[in-house]
Design a protein around this ligand. Sequence first.
Ligand code: SF4
Ligand code: SF4
Length: 354
Amino acid sequence: MTKLKTQSLKKRESELANSKRQLEILSNGIFKNGELPTFANKIAESNQFPLKSKALEILQINLGYMCNQVCEHCHVDAGPDRKEIMTKETMQQCLEVIRTTGAHTLDLTGGAPEMNPNFRWFVEEAAKAGIKDFIVRSNLTIIRANKKYYDLPEFFKKHNVHVVSSMPHWTRGKTDKQRGDGVFDKSIKALQELNAVGYGIPDSNLRLDLVYNPSGAFLPSDQASMEKDFKKVLMEDFEIQFHNLFAITNLPISRFLDYLIASDNYEDYMYQLVDAYNPTAVSNVMCTNTLSVSWDGYLYDCDFNQMLTLPVNSKIKHISEYSEQLLEGRNIVISQHCYGCTAGAGSSCQGTVA
Ligand code: SF4
Ligand code: SF4
C-alpha cells in the first residue's frame, strides 16, 4: 500500500515549511565546512558570478498554492489545505503587464491553477493579448477531479492554450508513489480526453507536452531517450500521443528536501548535483530570461526562489510597479538549490537547457 502524506508541510507544521530553515540547511553542513563549493563559488570558477538576467522572454505567474494533489516531491508545498490564491485585483495588475510585455511566453502555474475561482476569466483576458506561447501547467487529474472541470480540454482548445502536464512515469506504481494513489489512472484518462479534442497529435497546433521528474534521490537520464520510451509505451498501452517530454531535476527544497532528509539522502543528492555540475548550462538557466510572479503579486527570479522567499534583487518588487527595463540586468539571487538547474544537461520548466 502506498504511503500517502495528505497534508502540506505547512499544515503539518513541519519546520521545513519555513523557507528560512530550508535556506539554513542549504547554507550549512557540507557547504559551510568546505566539503562542497557553494554555488556562487562554483559559477565564479568560470567567471559567471554574479549571474545576471537578460531580456525577459517568459512571464510565469503562480495563481495559488491550492492543489487537488499532495505530491511527495512538490517544491511548492501545494495541497488542498493551502489557501493562498491570487485575487482578481492582482490578476488585473498582471494583465496590464501581459498586454505590454515583450515576453513571448506566458506560463500559468500553481498549485493547480485551474482551482483559482477566476482562472477562466483570467485565461480569457490573457489570451486576448496574443502572446505567442500561452502555457498552462495542468496536473491532469484536475480535469477528472470534479464535474466542473470536465470541459477543461475544450476550454484550453478554445483559447489555444499550450498544455504542459506532469507525468512522472508510464507505470502506475512509480506515478502513484510520487503523486498519490489513483493519479496514474486519472492522468491517463485526462490525456486521452486532451487527445480527443486534438491536443498532442503530431501535426496539431494544440501543444501537449509532458514533464518527467525522478521519483527518488537521483537525476533524470537523457531527455530524448526518455521521450522515446514514454511515447512508445503510452501509445502501445493507451493510444496516447503528446509532443515533447521535458526532463526536470528535482530541486532540494520544500517537500523534496523533506524527503531527502527523511530518507537520509540529502548529502548524497547534493554530491550528485555538484558532481554533475555543467558550466555551460549556467548561461541558460531559466532565471536569466524568466520572471516569476507569486499569488500575491511579488516578483522572483524563478518559482523556486519564490518558494524560498528570495525576492528579486531590484527596487521593483511587485507586479503593480513593474518595469521591464529596470528589471533587466539585475543580479539573480542564488543559493545551493541552484545546482539543480545546472546538473547534467541542465533543467528548467522547459526541460534541458544545455
Ligand atoms: S507537484 Fe504539482 S500536482 Fe503535485 S502537489 Fe505540487 S502543484 Fe500539485
Ligand atoms: S533555482 Fe532559480 S535562481 Fe537558481 S539557477 Fe535555477 S532558475 Fe536560477
